[in-house]
Design a protein around this ligand. Sequence first.
Ligand SMILES: Cc1ncc(C[n+]2csc(CCOP(=O)(O)OP(=O)(O)O)c2C)c(N)n1
Ligand SMILES: [Mg+2]
Length: 575
Amino acid sequence: MTPQTMPATDAYLGLRAFADELARCGLEHACTSPGSRSTPLVLSLAREPGIRSTSHIDERCGSFFALGLAKATGRPVALACTSGTAAANYAPAVHEAHEARVPLLVLTADRPPELREIGAGQTIDQVKLYGSAAKWYLEVDDQPATPERMRWLRQLACRAYWTALEGRPGPVHLNFALREPLVLDEPLPAEEPGGGGRAGGRPWVTRPRAQPVAGPVVVDGLRAALEANPRAVMVAGRSERDPGLGEVLATLADQLALPLLAEPLSGARRGRAAIAHYDALLRDGDFAAAHAPDLVLRFGDLPTSKPLRQWLHGLDALQIAFDAETAWQDPAGRVGTIVTADPRALAPKKPRKDRDWLNTWRGADHAAADAIARTLGDLSEPRVAAELGVRLPPDATLVVASSMPVRDVETFFPARDAPPRVLSNRGANGIDGTVSTAFGVAAAGGATVLLIGDVALAHDIGGLLAARRLGLPLVIVLLNNDGGGIFHFLPVEREGADFEEHVATPHGLDFAHAAALYGLGHERIASPEALRAALDGALASHGATILEVRTDRAENVALHRRVWEAVAGSVRSGA
Ligand SMILES: Cc1ncc(C[n+]2csc(CCOP(=O)(O)OP(=O)(O)O)c2C)c(N)n1
Ligand SMILES: [Mg+2]
C-alpha cells in the first residue's frame, strides 16, 4: 500500500519536473482555478519560473481565457483545476479548441481510483470527460519519485505539448489522480531524483514541426489548373496559426490578378485584389451567376458569409483547398483536391498581365462600397463595424463575438493596408466565453478590442473579473439591442410574443452596473464621432472599459436590407 503512505514530496517532485519540462518545450502560460485536490498541480505550475500563471475563479472563464491566449500566441496554454464539476466547466472551451484547432493542455485533478464511485466528495467520472474533443487522453497516477518516474513525467510533458501542436492542433487532456497529503510538510529538495532535465534547458524530447512542402508535381499541377482556368477566385477564411498568411495571399492574388474574397479573420482583406463586399454582392442572384468562376482556390476555414458559402456550394468549378491542418471544411462536398502545400509556392515568375476579370470584380466592389457608405447613415451596428475597420491601428487585435458582430465585420470591414488582426471563436460558433477569450488575447499583449452583443456579454459576464483580478486592459464595444438581434433575420421572427420571450430574450440589463461591479469604465456612445473619440481615448488609457452603443433589433434588420438593396442596385446600374 505504498501510495497511501507516500509523502506529498513525491507528487510535488514529479509535478515540478512535469512543469519544468512544459516550460522547456515552450509553454509560457498556465491558467489555474482554485480547489483542494488540485493543490499540488496548481502550486507546481504557479512556482515554475518559466511559466506565467494567472488565476481564475470560474473554470469556464479560465478555460476560455486560455483559449484566447493560445489563439493569440499560437502556442499551447495549460489549464489546471480541481475535481468534479470544476473539470466539467472546461467542456465548452475544450470543444471550441477542438473544432477551431487550438492547442490546449487540460490538466484536471481527480480522486484516486479507491475514492471513485464510493460517495467521496466532489467526484464525478472524469475519465475521457471531453470525449472525442480531446486529441489525446491519459490517466496519470500517483507514484514514488524514482528516477524512472521523473523520466516518464518529463517525457509525458513533452508528449502532451507536442501532441497538442502537431498535425491538426487541439486539446490534450491529462487526468491526475492525487492522494492525500496534498500539501508539503517540509521544503521540496532542490535535487531531483535522476538529476533533472537535459543540459542547456533543452526539452527531454524535441519535435521540430514539419513544414508543409509542396513537391514539384503538386505545384506544377496547381499552376496548370490556374493556366487552364483564368476565371479563378481565391477565398480566404480564418487561419490563426499562420498570421503572415494574409499578406502572402494578398500579394499572390495581385500577382495572379485574381479576386480575393477574404473574411477579415483571414488577415487577407488587403491589397489591390481584395473584394471586401462579396457578402453583399453575392446576395444578388444575377451578379453571383454572372461571376461564377471556373476554379476556386480556398485558404483557411470557410468564411462565415452565407451567400458566399451558398455560391461556392453551387459551383461546378474545380475547387482546391489549401488545408495545412486537415480541417476538411467542405459541407457541400465540392472540394476536389486538398493540398498541404504552402501557398507561397504558387507565386508566378511574372505578374499576370490580363487583369480584366479582376477589374470587373473590383469595379463592383467599389460600387458596393459607395452604396454602403451612402446607406449607413448614423450610428448603427454596421456603422460600428465599419468604423472599427477604418479606425483600429494595425497593431491592435479585434476579437469579434459570434452572432451579428462576426457577420457585420465580414460585411462592412473595408479592405485596407495593414489591417488589425481579427480573432473569433468560430469553431463551434458559441456565444459563450467571449469576454474571457478576449481577456486571454489581451494577456498576450497589445491593444485588444472586443466587439460583442448584449446576450453574449450577459452570458460571460463573469469574464469581466479578469479586469479586476488580473488588471488586464480591454476595450469592449458593446452592441446592446436588448436581445439576440440575429434572430430577427430568420423566419422565426414571425412568432410574435413567443419569439420575443424565448428566442430574442430581452433582459433589460443596465451594463453600467456590471462595469461598476467589476471595476471597468463605462460610456454610452451615440454618434460615430463619439465612437471614434472614445475608442482612441480608451486605447490610450490602457484600462478596461465598456463603450456601449444602443440599437434597435427591428431597425437593424431593416438597415441591413436597405444596404443589400443598395448594393444590388449599384451593381445593376454599373453593368
Ligand atoms: C452557447 C451558445 N448558446 C446559444 C447560442 C445561439 N445563439 C446564437 S446568436 C444568439 C444571440 C446572441 O445575441 P447577442 O450577443 O446580443 O448578439 P446579436 O444577435 O444581438 O447580434 C444565440 C443565443 C450560441 N451560439 N451559443
Ligand atoms: Mg443583442
